[in-house]
Design a protein around this ligand. Structure first.
Ligand SMILES: [Zn+2]
Length: 171
């Protein structure tokens, strides 16, 4: 999976609240057809993610207003969260059938952590990374999910490449 970038930090939490009537199926998240299977996987998974306080699908719907499969993303950006528009952008080759649903789901969870307000505090080999798993950042959310769905190789790869600071710089 390629690196990810996020836009400026300014999440308005009150504006991101899901429907009070049906929090797990809020009307505010527009899911494009290419991501329906991914959201279904997350919605139907009863596993309690250790870093989240609610079911994964409901959590995504609480913070993400829109999802867009965006061919304009540059090759090194697999997905991108944009605070200003409450929109998650993801590159066409990062969604099923080009990628396994569980891997796309892990990317959605990563970007949703950004939507919630978490940023990458530093860099490693030129990529924006998280300091430690215990900090519970976007990579931690992603890695724990990858372990849960037995995507062990990818979980270990992310832990090697994207956990542990070498240079300062918040993004
Ligand atoms: Zn990120």
């Amino acid at each position: 999976m390629t690196s990810r970038l996020i836009a400026i930090a300014c999440c308005g939490f009150s504006a991101c609240l899901a429907s009070p009537v049906s929090p797990s199926r809020g009307p505010y998240l527009a899911v494009p057809p290419a991501l329906q299977s991914t959201m279904t996987l997350l919605d139907e998974d009863a596993w309690q993610h250790p870093l989240l306080t609610e079911p994964m699908g409901a959590w995504v719907r609480r913070y993400v207003r829109r999802m867009v499969v965006d061919p304009a993303l540059p090759p090194h950006v697999g997905a991108l969260w944009v605070d200003a528009t409450d929109t998650l952008h993801i590159r066409p080759d990062q969604v099923p059938p080009h990628l396994r649903v569980s891997l796309t789901a892990s990317t959605i969870l990563h970007e949703t952590r950004h939507a919630e307000g978490y940023r990458h505090p530093c860099q490693r080999n030129g990529a924006f990374v998280d300091r430690a798993l215990r900090d519970g950042g976007a990579f931690a959310v992603e890695i724990y999910y990858l372990q849960h769905v037995r995507e062990t190789w990818q979980a270990e790869r992310l832990q090697t490449l994207y956990i542990g600071c070498e240079a300062p710089g918040v993004f």
